[in-house]
Design a protein around this ligand. Sequence first.
Ligand SMILES: *Cc1c(COP(=O)(O)O)cnc(C)c1O
Length: 427
Amino acid sequence: MTFQSLVKQAIIPQESGFMLTTSFDQESFNQVVMSTYGRFPLALERGVGCRVWDNQGNSYLDFVAGIATCTLGHAHPAMIEAVTRQIQKLHHVSNLYYIPEQGELAKWIVDHSCADRVFFCNSGAEANEAAIKLARKYAHTVLDIANPIILTANASFHGRTLATVTATGQPKYQKNFDPLVPGFHYVDYNDIRAVEAAVTELDEGNYRVGAILIEPLQGEGGIRPGNVAYFQRLRQICDEIGILLIFDEVQVGMGRSGKLWGYEHLGVEPDIFTSAKGLGGGIPIGAMMSKKSCDIFQPGEHASTFGGNPFVCAVALSVCQTLEKENILQNVQEQGTHLREGLKVIALKYPQHISEVRGWGLINGMEIKAESSLTAADFVKAAMDEGLLLVAAGPKVVRFVPPLIVTEEEINQALHAVEKALAKVTA
Ligand SMILES: *Cc1c(COP(=O)(O)O)cnc(C)c1O
């Protein structure tokens, strides 16, 4: 059975013989699962390609993709094949031993990026933790800085562990979790003067800037692409004083931007960068990449029990190879342009509500005007009623991050749903 015929059949689940049977009760769920998430009243149970079904049999076009994660959509044959093959062979053994699949995935990443070395973990926050630890060790041992400070950007997002939530330049994520981790300082994004000032002003006694951690495009902070001149000057500053430039590519990397890595849009290479979300196409994996000169961890200094196990590495490798074999980056560029142009046409009809449509490839945001009473959350709800799943990126930005295999027809369906939803919420 080909993937396309699978999708076609699955669009009408009853006729295809798939029955939706899961019974689900929200109350019982809430009694046993901690209330860390504000969830939509929707229980999803099946997906194929860019479409998902809830337990009532309603279907939705999935422009969330597990939050920019399901690179190849749902139930992709390449992932099914890799999952099935590897689970039967060997799934977990720990890093006490050599793991050939880990080596193969690292080789693919090294061959397709500016990196020379890879460390595997299980999530974006963990990848950033690893980068923060590596940067601190580099500052202590190579740069001889007793108290290194890591510069990060306001409105950034780097994760929820204590160090990464401290690195995240958004006080709303830090509230009540103090004392935070020392050694971070925040500057406005795309503002080079702020970086220059911090580098000079923080150079006191034992304190000095030891690294800069930044997203090539701010994701959670509102889909804000990095400015080329700014990033090139950042690279220069880091080279001049010998400190490390670290890119958080957790959301924008792995092809989502239309190039494999976000830094390719900026004409600069980082010393260290991190990946997670799209890397495994939806299975949990994170990775920190670095140049050879930063490969200074000694055995025992950093580790992860699950990190880079045979199962996740085999599946992530199948995602990487499929991305390449099926020339998916070209699809990301074409469909991304089509989506942005369509959204811009719609936005022009609502000048009092929509201020801007922006993004790279298939990571796009539609910003609602500050003066408008409409919120991103209101719009996401309205779109859901039209059969389109979306996610907000902050209070006023609606994010569009479909699987990278999305078709032109699916983009058109999504645009139609956006138009209907906007008409309703602004009526
Ligand atoms: C999602 C995200 C993270 C955190 O990833 P988790 O897997 O949730 O820990 C870090 N940085 C960026 C840019 C992200 O988008």
